[in-house]
Ligand binder design. Structure first.
Ligand code: TIU
Length: 221
């Protein structure tokens, strides 16, 4: 394992301290009839990255490196969902409403599940988060600290919302953050491109960006 060809410059992997974070690859964002679709989005773009995320995930698994998954979801009584979030965007289905995959964005419902192709396996922790960032209102920071993780490789959806928010939270907490550019997607191609530019600008003000191939090559899998 070595350095990853990345922007704005190579990312030096520290094998004992790196983890993969797969953000919110849930039915509610990826499949028709879920939360993403209820906001008026075409989910086909985000659906298309599932095989690439699987390839990255399998690379980390093959190397025995830690993997974390996140899910954006709320408690059934909505006590962790601010009214401002629930009403935002005047969606056709609000968080907690009954939809095609159960109650929208609610823990335990079908829509909140990670898509089967990327389902967590034994030993992989899933962080349920009420916000866009994975550190807010969760024990993610403590889980990473307990494993001595200092570097995070990011995949998942959507690039400019939950992925970028989590990368910024992680960056402020001292983690070195690398985004897998073809294992993340947005409903808006221009927002994905802009988010990646923002992350790597100014010498990597938020972090690094690299392709899945470049990451797998450095992992030697
Ligand atoms: N709407 C949108 O682009 N994203 C979210 O609401 N959550 C995540 O990004 N996971």
């Amino acid at each position: 394992m070595g350095s990853i060809k990345a922007a704005p410059f190579d990312f030096l992997l520290i094998p004992d301290h790196v983890a993969l974070v797969v953000i919110d690859m849930q039915r509610d964002f990826i499949e028709p009839g879920g939360f993403g679709a209820s906001l008026g989005n075409d989910v086909s773009r985000v659906q298309a990255i599932v095989p690439t995320v699987a390839r990255l995930l399998n690379g980390f698994r093959a190397r025995g490196l830690p993997v974390f998954h996140t899910r954006e979801c709320h408690l059934p009584d909505l006590s962790d969902c601010p009214p401002a979030k629930r009403s935002r965007g005047n969606p056709s289905l609000r968080i907690g409403d009954e939809g095609a995959m159960g109650r929208v964005l609610i823990k335990g419902e079908r829509g909140a599940e990670i898509v089967p192709q990327l389902a967590p396996i034994a030993g992989e922790l899933t962080i349920d988060k009420p916000g866009k960032g994975a550190f807010y209102g969760t024990s993610f920071g403590e889980a990473l600290a307990s494993k001595g993780i200092t570097q995070l490789v990011f995949a998942g959806v959507t690039t400019e919302v939950c992925v970028q928010t989590t990368m910024r939270e992680a960056n402020d907490r001292g983690f070195e953050c690398l985004l897998a550019t073809d294992a993340t997607e947005s409903y808006f191609p221009a927002f994905k491109a802009a988010a990646i530019e923002m992350i790597v600008a100014q010498g990597g003000i938020v972090g690094w960006a690299a392709t899945t191939d470049a990451i797998l090559e450095a992992l030697d899998v």
